[in-house]
Write a protein that binds this ligand. Structure first.
Ligand code: HEC
Length: 150
């Protein structure tokens, strides 16, 4: 975890503790909270995603042949917590063993708040897809592989 992230992470916990009313998403108690019902944040994330991410990860983050689905309830590179997804966007996907190495770091082009808006957008999209019955709930799903649709 980078120090810039640690500072932001702590600030966001204090912000939420101070009584923001938006619905939060967390994978566990200490996870970075993202405000998935705050449409301003979700829409900001959607805009950045379509500009910087969808060429590889597809519209609605459903994945393409070159990059995995990010709205399927599965995040395998670092892990499936909001903090780990933040870290993956921040630092990229350095090659580890047989995987990774294809996505650069976004820490120099996106602010921490912009990265949080991306995580928020991805979680809001995932939640909508769970509600629509398109994907399994990640809490129940088998977390075994990245998804690369054809
Ligand atoms: C040049 C293509 C490309 C672009 C642009 C790109 N990615 Fe990726 N991304 C990948 C690939 C490929 C992987 C799979 C890991 C690997 O092979 O390096 C990946 C992996 C990821 C993962 C980890 C998935 C998992 O299962 O844990 C996240 C999160 C992610 N990308 C988010 C983003 C976001 C957000 C953006 C836009 C800011 C973005 N990516 C832009 C190609 C891209």
């Amino acid at each position: 975890m980078t120090s810039r992230f640690t500072i932001f992470f702590t600030a966001s916990i204090l912000l939420f503790a101070a009584g923001a009313h938006a619905e939060e998403h967390k994978m566990h108690l200490d996870d970075l909270a993202v405000p998935i019902s705050d449409m301003t944040v979700v829409d900001q994330g959607r805009g950045i995603f379509s500009e910087k991410c969808s060429a590889c990860h597809g519209g609605e983050a459903v994945g393409t042949g070159r990059a995995p689905c990010l709205s399927c309830g599965k995040f395998m590179f670092r892990g499936n917590t909001n903090s780990e997804i933040f870290e993956t966007i921040y630092s990229g996907t350095p090659r580890t063993g047989s995987r990774g190495g294809k996505m650069g770091a976004f820490s120099s082009v996106l602010s921490d708040a912009e990265i949080v808006s991306l995580v928020t957008y991805l979680r809001a999209t995932e939640k909508a897809r769970i509600a629509a019955g398109e994907i399994d709930d990640p809490a129940a799903a088998n977390q075994d592989a990245m998804v690369f649709p054809d």
